[in-house]
Design a protein around this ligand. Sequence first.
Ligand code: MOS
Length: 704
Amino acid sequence: MSTNLDPGAVGAPRPRIEGPLKVTGAARYAADVPMPDLVHGWMVTAPISRGRIRDIDTSTALGMPGVLGVLDHRNAPRLNPRAGNYFGPDGSMQLLQDDVIPYAGRPVALAVAETPEQARAAAAALRVTYDVEPHDLDFSLEHPAARPGSTAFGPEADTGDVDAELSRSAVVVDERYRTPEESHSALEPHAATVWWDGGHVYAVDANQGAFSVSEVLAALWSIDRERVHIRAEHVGGGFGGKGACGPQVILGSMASERFGRPVRVVMTRAQVFEATASRPPTDQLVRIGADAEGLLRAIHHRPAYALSPLAEYIEWCTEQAKILYAAPAIRTQLTAVPLDILPPASMRGPGATPGSFALESAIDEVAERLDLDPLELRLRNQPVVGPVSGLPFSSRRLVSCLREGARRFGWATRDRRPRVRREGPLLIGTGLAATSFSAGVFPSTASITAEADGTFTVSVGASDIGTGARTVLTAVAADALGVGTERVRIRIGDSDLGMAWGAGGSRGTTSWSFAITEAARELRTRLGDPARPVTATVDTTTMIDYQPGRERQTYSAVFAEVAVDPSTGEVRVRRLLGMFAVGRVINPLLARSQVVGGMIMGLSMALHEVTVRDPRTGRQTNGDFAGYHVAAHADVPDVEADFVPDYEPQDPSGFNGLGEIGTAGTAAAIANAVWHATGTRQRILPIRLDRVLEPADPGAPDAA
Ligand code: MOS
């Protein structure tokens, strides 16, 4: 293992390689690729949350101009019911297979026509009738169908005696925190262009992992994976919402097979809201006890999240309770509540983002009740080994994040009493949160060819969902080969490039970099070979230490300053500052973009985002950007992010992922700042105006 930190391509702040293509419009997305003989599919979705299709009257649609036909459950190709996602079979992929409606937004038909306008008109002309059945969207921890969440990411914590430690504690916080369903809002709506040729299916698709989509599509069609070819050259944001084999590619492949033409399916924004998966709501109980000196005695975290009976899913809210603080007793109990919803999906920092809102709000409440600085409380309770696992930490620079963040933010001069800082009618407050996010590596392959002209072609099934993966991997390959970046050509975004992990779980860059580094090592042993080109291909599956015996996480400390107008309930974030420990930083420019973007998503979660459903139908009532608010520029006046020096010893190059750590923690920091400003705890997200609004004081001079 090299710990050589000499300047090379890694560490340099290079802008994105494909930036000029994107700003000139030359970059082609899944809905843009030119395709001869193309036809267009338009989805029709169910407006009810549970029931059956009684009838689909296609007579009008089939007579309309340009219409090739309509696919529905009566004539669609049959799919393999065992096909699924990371966790197993997934019924949300079984599109047009039967008349059952298991959630609102379920695609029930695809109208196919020569132009998008004709397809849309035909879709609108379909007369679909339903037999409606009562649905259940009544999410809470106490739901009668609640059951233990999956432990696929690790066992629950159960160390010490929580009740005994709580009874021994000088202060106990016992509170409930809720986060809402949130809708994915990536800039690029889901789209795919799909065609069949000689028993092979080809797609240009908007996704986060071309290889895994090819595996799932092959499973759905019960064909060899080698017959499925998925490309995703440019993707306009994913955040977890494009992790799956999406409806656009499933329906596109069915229509293309049926009509013998290339088919393009492009979702509208409204369809992205209703037919692609959400971050599930959470309902979380947290009990924390501390002694009078501010040492934690017990942490009990009981979060529930919603899922669907159609697919297993984990909103892993409990990791941080097992990592962040030492305590003699730590218990976690993750609960899953099956409802009549589309199976949820990861949304940036899945689990950790809602989970840290609850945990880090509760920690702040402990500090309040102890009348202790919340920074000091966190510093006093740092573990020396994994608090539950007992394993040593791989690299844990959380204290550096907290201290350096506090210094830059100006925390030392803070008066910790709430509601003491005022500017005219505004109440000003500051808050912080600490957080961690699981880090690691998954199997990938990479090939590097030493070309006859002295350049190197690096091929890896990576995805660039807007993060700058090409740029980062070029730097990694250049350093691994010991050459300048100008001699490295990178090919990504194609399932034909071989097995690779997708852009998800904050593990894309580490997984691809590991494979590239190993391929470069292999190639360098063969560079004496006079015959060129020469290619080295590596599969890291057997190289990964799956039981490394050390806790591997990234860390952050997020600081927020808010101004609250108690007469309108308006909360404005004035400053956000994040300090991050993410291993060795590959590209400071792109890394900063990642975590700043993550913090803005966290701000958006804190103040704006909530998926609202009509209780009568279960349909989303705010499924557009007029109703579903995401943070805009005016919401984020001053965001600063930086990295403490760090090196991940479990990675051959010292790297960890940083795609998600920016989001986790931010909502708690803002909620804690709102408490500091107003003296009122905000335990339900988003921190809506009506949750902050204070009754006017009739004695105030301007009340008359
Ligand atoms: Mo992510 S939320 O692992 O794409």
